[in-house]
Design a protein around this ligand. Structure first.
Ligand code: KIV
Length: 282
């Protein structure tokens, strides 16, 4: 059943990720946006925790990922880093100067950068500075306008070739792995075979070297009716369970069932009598 959940596993490094890839063992990646979600992902044995800019939409309620500020991302990276004992942590960034800030101030170990051939020179600058970079090709949400919305990429032979060329370009620029998002499974499997670095799939089928999901989505931590991409599998019903708990709390407060005696702190009868006496005349 793979790795058991543990709190005392060894720190995951780039070397660990390379070894998993060499052995053909799927690499597990999950987003986390704050201390509790990172604590959960780390405790459950995720190899990589990604502080993706999906943060903007699922944690900060923004319209799209372009709204989130560097300072906001840094705050969340620091809280994730505090909870992460073993997983390799990665955050989203776009340029060398900010990549350095994310490593130094955000306390992450690597950065993720969306884009293929056009981003290769930037990726090269960052990897040359010694910062590990996770590439991201196929559907790149930051470029949704240029791509005509959230569209599956690589559905034609030419489109698939563009995905492969982008993946090869970011590999050549020094990425240690690359996310393939929303690409037909067969195309992603062929691209994976052509690369020497691992591919991390999201909506790209089981032929990738690893998988990533947005934690809020896979936990089912959202109200009914929200749009979910086809590739998301809901492994839990956190929203439903949380709602039940908050409603039970509301009801118990309203009908004075909570707090009960066991939720209160004791005082000796003698001290209480003394206090009651002292306030009589007030
Ligand atoms: O921002 C993000 O969370 C991501 C993953 C979904 C890959 O880019």
């Amino acid at each position: 059943m793979g790795h058991p959940p543990t709190t005392s596993r060894k720190k995951v490094t780039i070397q660990t990720i390379r070894a998993l890839h060499r052995r053909g063992e799927p690499i597990t990646v999950l987003t986390a946006h704050d201390f509790p979600s990172a604590h959960l992902a780390d405790h459950a044995g995720m190899e990589i925790i990604l502080v993706g800019d999906s943060l903007a939409m699922v944690a900060l309620g923004m319209e799209d990922t372009s709204e989130v500020l560097v300072e906001e991302m840094l705050l969340h990276c620091r809280s994730v880093a505090r909870a992460t004992k073993s997983a390799f942590t990665i955050s989203e960034e776009q340029a060398l100067a900010t990549a350095i800030r994310f490593i130094k101030e955000g306390r992450v170990q690597a950065i993720k950068l969306e884009g293929g051939k056009e981003m290769a020179p930037t990726i090269r600058r960052i990897t040359t500075a010694g910062i590990p970079v996770l590439g991201h090709v196929g559907l790149t949400p930051q470029r949704q306008n240029a791509l005509g919305g959230f569209r599956v990429q690589g559905k034609t032979s030419d489109g698939a070739m563009r995905v492969l060329e982008d993946a090869l370009a970011v590999q050549e620029a020094g990425c240690f792995a690359v996310v393939l998002e929303a690409v037909p499974a067969e195309v992603a499997a062929l691209v994976t075979k052509k690369l020497s670095i691992p591919t991390i799939g999201i909506g790209a089928g089981a032929g990738c070297s690893g998988q990533v999901l947005v934690q809020v989505d896979m936990l089912g931590n959202f109200p009914p009716g929200r749009f979910l991409p086809k590739f998301v599998k809901k492994y839990g019903n956190v929203w439903g369970e949380s709602l039940k708990a908050v409603e039970a709390y509301r009801d118990e407060v309203k009908n004075s069932q909570y707090p009960a005696a066991e939720h209160t702190y004791p005082i000796s009868k003698e001290e209480l009598d003394k206090f009651s006496e002292a306030i009589k005349g007030l």
